[in-house]
Ligand binder design. Structure first.
Ligand code: NAD
Ligand code: AKB
Length: 315
């Protein structure tokens, strides 16, 4: 069987940094090329500075490295996107088109493109939001993900390009910092707790959002990408769920293990974005089609986050 050769775009980001390591473990260090706009610095495996908006450079990289799969993670996230909507639309859409076109022209075996719970808006069911639901997002980020999902589906149906996608909830991990999302508070809060600092939350105490711990997010991504193509019934993007909690609930979970931790609330423009998103997600299609099942709940995640961050801040 031919060895997979993988190109990751956005490898220096919150998810990319962790996914690169996992893909290198699964496929071999030299078979995973980590690319980003920013120089990723010294790494175990091959790297390249690459702008996903440059289609020619992307095509050349695919040829040069003998690539047969792309994981396209580069995007402008929800909160940053609202500061300059046209820029966010341009980056998110043009980079995706480049990946899809290069993928089609080069005959790539598989492409991964993450979507988000940001595809949903207030018209969608707020609790246990179903897989096939009305999609009227209120952020440019969400609009770009809805459009991206439909283009992924189009390239699959029209050209047979095997594009796969997950609607990630907010992703929480200790290995990397998030970059401009509405769910970022749920990473920041652990850093404040470990540094024994007071945390001021930019969302109100009762704002429930779907979230997922990084090891589960990575397992889901690899699980989807390894699933037999004929098992997949969703070619836009699969709903994915792990846990749901409010800022008050994550603070209480931290306080169980770090009793002195304090929090206050000062909602900003991100509150309106969070209010437009679901509180929980129905991911039964992912569970049925390719056996998805999360492992971490809130308290298990808190224990693991605090443990690893304490080690990081000590060293
Ligand atoms: P991030 O912002 O941390 O990382 C994105 C990376 O893309 C950055 O390293 C950035 O330098 C790079 N990038 C930006 N423009 C680029 C370009 N033109 N060419 C090459 N690289 C470029 O994002 P993340 O949190 O790691 O998210 C990765 C993907 O997952 C995104 O598509 C995002 O929409 C999706 N997602 C993330 C979350 C989450 O909670 N982190 C949730 C839902 C969906
Ligand atoms: C964001 O908050 O923008 C992301 C996401 C849920 O897509 N974390």
């Amino acid at each position: 069987m031919k060895q997979d050769r993988i190109l990751i775009i956005g490898a220096g980001g919150q998810i990319g940094a962790v996914l690169t390591e996992s893909l290198r473990t699964a496929h071999g260090t030299d078979n995973v090329v980590a690319t980003d706009l920013r120089d990723p610095g010294p790494q175990n495996g091959p790297t390249q500075v690459l702008d996903a908006l440059d289609m020619q450079a992307l095509g050349e990289a695919v040829q040069h490295w003998g690539i047969n799969q792309i994981y396209h993670l580069a995007a402008i996230l929800s909160a940053t996107g609202e500061k300059d909507p046209m820029r966010a639309w341009d980056i998110n859409m043009r980079s995706l088109f480049n990946v899809l076109e290069v993928g089609r022209q080069a005959g790539l075996a598989k492409i991964y493109f993450p979507s988000s719970i940001a595809v949903f808006g207030r018209e969608a069911a707020h609790y246990q939001t179903p897989q096939h639901e009305v999609l009227i997002p209120e952020t440019v980020y969400g609009i770009s993900k809805v459009a991206g999902e439909n283009w992924a589906n189009y390239y699959f149906r029209r050209y047979g390009l095997d594009v796969r996608s997950l609607r990630y909830p907010g992703i929480i991990g200790y290995q990397s910092m998030p970059g401009g999302g509405t769910t970022d508070y749920a990473v920041d809060i652990y850093h404040y707790a470990v540094k024994k600092q007071h945390f001021e939350c930019f969302l109100g105490p009762e704002t429930s959002l779907p979230m997922l711990y990084m090891p589960d997010a990575i397992r889901a991504t690899l699980g989807l990408m390894e699933a037999p193509a004929d098992r997949l019934t969703v070619r836009t993007s699969y709903n994915l769920a792990g846990m749901s909690f409010t800022p008050a609930e994550i603070a209480a979970s931290i306080q169980q293990q770090a009793p002195g931790f304090t929090i206050s609330y000062k909602p900003d423009f991100r509150q309106a974005i969070a209010d437009s998103w679901p509180a929980s997600i129905d991911d039964s299609a992912a569970r049925h089609d390719w056996g998805w099942k999360p492992e971490y709940d809130l308290d298990a995640m808190t224990k693991d986050m605090l443990l690893h961050l304490e080690q990081q801040y000590r060293s």
